[in-house]
Design a protein around this ligand. Structure first.
Ligand SMILES: Nc1ncnc2c1ncn2[C@@H]1O[C@H](COP(=O)(O)OP(=O)(O)OP(=O)(O)O)[C@@H](O)[C@H]1O
Ligand SMILES: [Mg+2]
Length: 460
């Protein structure tokens, strides 16, 4: 069953039950109020009449005075008034009924004969009307000499009560109608949002992430729509990134492979006879293979770092020793490119806890960048100094620099400048993650055409 049906259904049941209970209570109350009121009024009149009799007529004979009495009693009441003697025989009736009637069949009269006020509600056997009667004993000198009886028809009252009941039922039905309509409207607003969400989710599950859900209200469903939209845009972004990545990786892999294949063909065709060509060819094949290996290693590293699957192994590292070693290792390449590579390290640099291989990897990445983007007769300076709590290592070059627009992007994975020396764009991203794993920070500042300063710190 759909949400709308469930919502409206439960609404409907609850409101019907509530209205039903209210109707019953209200109707009973109205009936009670009206009937009780009539009983009270008649009883008061009867009591008043009885005490009037007791005060002013108790010395006289009831049967003789009954005519006068009746006039007195009836003048205060709209009801039919009867005067009955002590044996239950009708003496006078304000409606003019005459004859030798014995009233002892009536329960109210029976009670009054015994000295108790009595009342009775039921159908009049003659007129078949529903009537209400009250009988009250008339006392003279302590004896019961007769009864006064008030009779009123309830037809009018029943009619009024029924009219009120119909009105109440009408109001109840109206309330049920309005609430059901409101429920339908409310549930429609909910199910409409849900339908939108479901439709979008369906389309997304089919692979269309360009779809966006319309946010209709600022509620939970609205924020679900936001979340879904955000998810879709993230997925399409990462999809885009993946495609870019595959494109750039295949492109990067293709260049060395083309070169290798070209040389293999050349060598096959006649390289054996030409020793110099043969060696050149093999050298190039070797370096291109190295490039491929380097790239694949970087990719593997990157994916591991990105998945958080790399843990660093802290050991005691002598930074002075490490930095000088790296400097010595890269000097031949710098010399080949006619670049001055200098290492200047503050004295008494403290030993730190770090993953030596990873720090080395970062340094090689940074110096590799500097070497790639610095032209001949340039200069690269590696320095290290301490500030409270950490060691700051700086790689500074006089190379091409990075345009301001690129500066905030160079750390992103696969982001590379359009320099022809640019590689796969992973070096800085990997370095930053490694430094972050050491709880350090990597900062880059650069001026286009002047040079670049990359700085990172490692906690002591
Ligand atoms: N020292 C630098 N001078 C000038 N530009 C730089 C320097 N270092 C980085 N860049 C710019 O930042 C980009 C990203 O550098 P990153 O080291 O991440 O990638 P890459 O060197 O191109 O490739 P990889 O390091 O994966 O071989 C570079 O392509 C380059 O445009
Ligand atoms: Mg690099």
């Amino acid at each position: 069953m759909g949400i709308q049906k469930r919502l409206v259904g439960s609404y409907f049941v609850v409101i019907c039950l509530t209205v039903l209970i209210l109707e019953i209570i209200l109707n009973l109350s109205v009936r009670y109020y009206y009937f009780h009121n009539i009983e009270q009024t008649l009883m008061n009149q009867a009591e008043l009449s009885a005490s009037f009799y007791q005060q002013y007529f108790s010395d006289e004979d009831l049967e003789e005075q009954s005519d006068r009495l009746l006039k007195g009693f009836a003048s205060h009441s709209d009801a039919q008034v009867q005067i009955i003697n002590a044996e239950g025989r009708l003496l006078q009736d304000s409606n003019g009924i005459q004859g030798d009637f014995t009233m002892t069949d009536n329960m109210d009269v029976q009670a009054a004969i015994k000295g108790q006020p009595g009342s009775w509600k039921g159908e009049d056997p003659v007129t078949e009307e529903v009537i209400f009667t009250v009988s009250y004993p008339l006392q003279a000198k302590g004896n019961i000499v007769g009864e006064v009886r008030f009779v009123t028809s309830l037809t009018e009252t029943i009619h009024t009560v029924n009219q009120i009941a119909v009105l109440l039922i009408g109001i109840g039905l109206l309330v049920i109608g309005i609430v059901t309509l409101l429920g339908l409207l409310l549930s429609w607003t909910i199910t409409r949002s849900i339908k939108d969400l479901k439709q979008a989710a369906d389309q997304m599950s089919e692979g269309d992430f360009s779809i966006r859900v319309q946010k209709r209200y600022q509620d939970e469903l609205g924020s679900l729509a936001d979340t879904l939209n955000m998810m879709a845009s993230r997925i399409s972004k990462s999809e885009q990134l993946k495609n870019d990545f595959i494109a750039s990786v295949s492109h990067e892999l293709r260049t060395p492979l083309t070169s290798i294949k070209g040389w293999v063909i050349t060598l096959k065709a006649g390289g054996k006879s030409n020793q110099a060509l043969f060696h050149d060819g093999l050298d190039i094949i070797e370096s291109e293979s190295d490039r491929l290996t380097h790239m694949v290693d970087e990719l593997l590293d990157f994916s591991k770092l990105d998945n958080g699957r790399i843990a660093i192994h802290l050991t005691t590292v002598d930074l002075t020793e490490l930095l000088q070693h790296i400097g010595r290792q890269l000097t031949p390449r710098a010399t080949r490119q006619d670049i001055l590579l200098q290492v200047k390290i503050e004295e008494n640099l403290p030993v730190i806890q770090a993953d030596e291989n990873r720090v080395k990897q970062v340094m090689i990445n940074l110096i590799d960048n500097s070497l790639k983007f610095t032209s001949s007769s340039g200069r690269i300076l590696i320095t290290a100094h301490t500030v409270p709590g950490k060691v700051v290592i700086t790689v500074e070059d006089t190379g091409s620099g990075i345009a301001e627009a690129d500066l905030e992007n160079v750390r992103r994975k696969f982001y590379k400048g359009d320099h022809q020396a640019s590689g796969s764009g992973l070096g800085l991203s990997i370095s930053e993650q490694i430094i972050a794993l050491h709880n350090g920070e990597l900062r880059i500042s650069s001026v286009l055409g002047k040079g670049t300063i990359v700085q990172f710190d490692l906690p002591i």
